[in-house]
Design a protein around this ligand. Structure first.
Ligand code: RIB
Length: 303
């Protein structure tokens, strides 16, 4: 079982030709309201890829709460420990331009009140892996990662949105996933300044005995392990409509594949292909592929 601990939001997404500059109003097209949040998106991606997934996050007590969890429920994610805490449900305002690029602002609401203590030991005992992101309190992530490690879980951290990570947290992380901006923030906070992105990934891997993964969007993915050559894979070819949640799809599907025993290279390929598919439609969870769809696209990717 994969345990995902993290954020859950309602996304309000607007389509426009171009993203607004500071002080600018742009007229858009339609807007859509759908479930999101990095944690929930990752759990949804993993479950749709066939992994038995438990999600622990926090909804508010407002009218948005029900909508935030609808797709998780439909997909069959275990929500037995989903919290309902006083206050607003997290909400993200998203603008997507005609190239599929986006800008996102999040009002975290109840996500800020999610605590490691909301995860019982019995759940950790049944988990093969714990997947975390940084849209909830970093100290709670660190506390839960420590406990998960004691239970023998694989600990996977997606440092999104980017935060400086404490060395104490890095020591219990087995796999660290970042995009370019997130790598820059991570490396800078740990005073890793020399070399290019791959050098920095390799240094992170060696210093903290972990697997470091850099997602590069249309340029694919690179991963480093201690004392091994970097693994580099291209992106899959898709017509990009909306990149919202592509990183979450990668993190969920890649981690699910690792839990199922895939090699690093196979897990990366599966994550890249699923993330590509998720860019071919609008929205975060609603755009995530089912296992069979990823299987088909993966076969074409390997040809
Ligand atoms: O990564 C995409 C997600 O970021 C959106 O679903 C939004 O809710 C924000 O958390």
């Amino acid at each position: 079982m994969l345990l995902v601990f993290g954020s859950i939001n309602v996304d309000i997404a607007f389509e426009t030709d171009r993203l607004p500059q500071a002080g600018q109003t742009v007229l858009g097209g339609t807007y859509r309201v759908s479930p999101g949040g990095k944690g929930a998106n990752q759990a949804h991606a993993a479950q749709r890829d066939g992994m038995k997934t438990t999600f622990i996050g926090a909804l508010g007590t407002d009218s948005m709460a029900a909508q935030a969890s609808t797709l998780l429920e439909q997909a069959g994610v275990d929500l037995n420990w989903l919290q309902h805490l006083p206050g607003q449900t997290g909400c993200a305002g998203i603008v997507v331009d005609s190239n599929g690029e986006n800008q996102i602002v999040v009002a975290p609401g109840a996500n800020q009140s999610l605590r490691a203590a909301h995860v019982p030991d019995s759940v950790l005992a049944g988990a093969d892996a714990l997947l975390l992101q940084m849209e909830t309190e970093p100290l709670e992530n660190a506390a839960l990662a420590e406990r998960a490690k004691q239970h023998g879980c694989l600990v996977v951290l997606n440092n999104a949105p980017a935060q400086p990570l404490q060395p104490e947290l890095m020591r219990v992380v087995d796999v660290l996933i970042m995009n370019q901006h997130e790598l820059a923030v991570t490396a800078n906070a740990l005073e890793i300044k020399d070399g290019d992105a791959t050098d920095q990934l390799q240094l992170l891997a060696e210093r903290f005995s972990l697997t470091s993964v850099l997602t590069l969007g249309e340029r694919g993915v690179v991963a480093c392990k201690p004392n091994a050559s970097p693994v580099t894979l291209p992106a899959s070819h898709v017509q990009v409509v909306d990149t919202t949640g592509a990183g979450d799809t990668f993190a969920g599907v890649f981690t699910a594949a690792l839990v199922k025993g895939s090699t690093l290279e196979d897990a990366l390929a599966r994550g890249v292909v699923a993330a590509g598919l998720s860019c071919s439609q609008h929205g975060a969870q609603i755009a995530q592929p089912l296992r069979d769809e990823t299987d088909l696209a993966l076969a074409a990717y390997r040809r």
